[in-house]
Design a binder for this molecule. Sequence first.
Ligand code: PLP
Length: 458
Amino acid sequence: MKPQPNVNSQYARDLTYAFHPYTNARAHEERGPIIMDHGKGVFVYDDQGNEYLEALAGLWSVGVGYGEERLVTAAAEQMRKLPYYHSFAHKANGPAIDLAEQLVKMTPERLARVFFANSGSEANDTVIKMVWYYNNAIGRPEKKKIVARIRGYHGITIASGSLTGLPWNHRDFDLPIANILHTACPHHYRFAMEGESEEEFASRLAGQFEQLILDEGPETIAAFIGEPVMGAGGVIVPPKTYWQKIQAICRKYDILVIADEVITGFGRTGTPFACERFDIDPDILVLSKQITSSYLPMSAVLFTDAFYQPIADNTAKIGTFGHGFTTSGHPVASAVALENLAIIQERDLFGNAARVGEYLQTRLRSAFSDHPLVGEIRGVGLIAAVELVADKASKRSFDPLGRLGAYFFDQGHKRGIIIRNVQDSMAICPPLVITEEEVDELVKRFGQTLDDALAWSR
Ligand code: PLP
């Protein structure tokens, strides 16, 4: 029987007052919330005392894990000193300056400056506006279209949600807006032709991208945006040579390369940034999530000096850059980000992500490759997905797609593990602090849930 909550309980008041993001509201009215209460390391605990291994690090984001006192102290100290200041009209604050310098120094070579926002979506909206502004500034007002990818994820605001290439982010929201195009998803397992190698598949996708540019007119295409490894679309690691080929086409037609590292930034794939791992040389880089381990909202857009100069000239012509958020460069979020980055460095969490990431990838494959439900195990570093199929040989999915994934997600909670189901792909992205013993526990709980799913599917 469902719990019969006291009308004053948090449970009842959530049902009465809240409308949840990314939630089926009617289902929520039936089943109610799981109320999270506290966390430590890779574990979180609900208000009933149940323990969960947070195998998705919240939303791919709690890099240093839960209960990190140093971030609490950093926030409290900055709160006491200067809890808020903005960065409009020549104002600055110490933590935001230090963070800007550190980000420029630690990210790929050509990136020279930072603009701060609060979420990945805001950052990507900022990017779109800056790209449009830039092309207006240099006298190319027709060069405005941005190419994103089917199954890519860049956020949910009107503009960033348009970049996102997932149907549920567009449906009934009247998206996408004009000037946003989507090219093919680089998922070899699903979309390669019979016998096509990764390199051949990458060449075919690059050819499709080039054809799209030619069909639209290269003079109308401003930028290409992609996650080095797709996250929310199902953890899709690009086929070999994909990024080199896409970048070469961008350079050929003077198209800006935007790397959205909101998930992959700060060690997730085993290198500080996934751009390094995949040889991406971006003109614009987008960061968020692990920048503060999501203890506070923060995002950053980094860009080259070549991109900055005409924009700066245009602000002088107009008199201002008419864009910015009340909380851009928030001093408390910046102080938390700086402390978070110090922890990452002191504890060698990039190294940990590489080493334990390798262990995770190996363990997942050795434990589950032969499981009757498992079609593909993919991933790199500390991000992975296990795709469930009805038939391994033909790769046939279950019908309806996503029903088994939804069962797996729910059942995982009963087994003490939180993953993310993207249709029937089960995404794993634990905190960067995870140890090999905790990976063993993750694999154990995942395996129990997988066996439950097998029994349920028969
Ligand atoms: N970009 C990527 C790659 C993301 O994964 C996300 C969120 O998951 C976003 C952008 C949007 O970030 P936010 O939810 O903070 O708006």
